[in-house]
Design a protein around this ligand. Structure first.
Ligand code: SF4
Length: 338
């Protein structure tokens, strides 16, 4: 099997170039062709000699993976399905006025087992490799138009941190896509040791899936709570500065009868006190064999007002792509359609 060039850094590409008999500076050129011109094959790297390209192609390929299906929602949201040997993975492109945000997957399935999430129900089928994550940016129709990205698709990105870090480096490096870190948000349920690394090693925004401020109740739906409590997660976050360019938000899906009472709102205000942040209230999308349903709009509004009065900026997030199962918690690869 050939090795993939996509996902390599200029230093790594330099070694590969030299090994193929090309000059060392070809490494930098290859990075430009891969990440800026988004070539699909080694033959397209036309400023390398024909001989050099042939030598490279003996052991390497670009490694771009093409989507095998795309669905378009009534609201313009598009869901792309990418092939994987065990569980296909999905990327969702969300258009909003002049923004094009890509929600990417970092794993095939997920091992975190959150009970309200279709991806969690599929189990874990492997970490995605750099080329598999980068293909979600490069192989879609909107590749040249993307303005923002969120690591909020299938998988827990901090459970695949080394690869996700490499992808973030490629997105932000001058030799890569040269994006500002402000265009990138990583969403986590709070994998504490890697959360610290993310906060130390990147300048991108953070979103935390919180869903319940009471540890014992959160644990009922989110097994991660047993290993890393939400209290410790918030304590860690409070050690970092979110008063400038970098932002932190908390995702709070409202389930009728589980986490929608004034008692919950009050505890949330207490937990997030003295932290410059935003809470995004998300409407739950009903899934099979799950005891709770979505809250009414007026209940969500009451919850939002309660937070707001407690000094926390809170918004009810518009749900996108529901008709194509592209909304939060609904991504499940090809199994969902079955
Ligand atoms: Fe995994 Fe996120 Fe789903 Fe939890 S909500 S099971 S972390 S994909």
């Amino acid at each position: 099997m050939k090795m993939r060039l996509l996902g390599k850094t200029p230093d790594e590409l330099k070694e590969i170039a030299v090994e193929a008999g090309l000059p060392a500076f070809a490494g930098k050129q290859m990075a430009q062709w891969l990440y800026q011109k988004r070539v699909r094959s080694i033959e397209e790297i036309t400023n390398l000699s024909k001989q050099g390209r042939e030598a490279l192609a003996q052991r390497y390929e670009v490694g771009l993976i093409e989507p095998i299906d795309v669905q378009t929602s009534q609201d313009g949201t598009r869901k792309y399905l990418f092939p994987h040997q065990d569980l296909d993975f999905e990327a969702v492109m969300i258009p909003d006025e002049d923004r094009r945000t890509l929600c990417v997957s970092s794993q095939a399935g997920c091992k975190m087992g959150c009970k309200f999430c279709m991806t969690g129900r599929q189990g874990f089928h492997g970490n995605l490799e750099p080329a598999q994550i980068l293909s979600q940016y490069f192989a879609i129709e909107e590749a040249g138009e993307l303005t923002n990205t969120v690591f909020m698709g299938m998988g827990e990105p901090l459970d695949n941190w080394v690869t996700v870090k490499r992808v973030i480096d490629i997105l932000t490096a001058p030799w890569g896509l040269a994006w500002s870190p402000k265009r990138i948000t990583l969403s986590t349920i709070g994998v504490l040791p890697n959360l610290k690394r993310y906060l130390d090693e990147s300048r991108c925004h953070l979103a935390v899936s919180l869903h319940n401020p009471f540890p014992e109740e959160r644990e009922e739906m989110m097994p991660v709570q047993k290993a890393w409590s939400v209290t410790e997660v918030v304590r860690l976050i409070k050690q970092y500065d979110f008063t400038g360019q970098r932002r932190v938000s908390f995702e709070y899906t409202i389930f009728h009868g589980w986490n929608d009472t004034p008692r919950h709102a009050e505890e949330l205000v207490r937990l997030l006190r003295h932290l410059e942040c935003r809470v995004n209230l998300i409407r739950f999308h009903r899934i099979p064999d799950f005891p709770y349903g979505p809250a009414q709009q007026r209940e969500m509004e009451a919850f939002r007002v309660f937070l707001q009065e407690g000094g926390i900026t809170a918004t009810i997030r518009a749900s996108r792509g529901e008709d194509i199962f592209a909304a939060c918690g609904l991504l499940a690869g090809k199994h969902q359609e079955k």
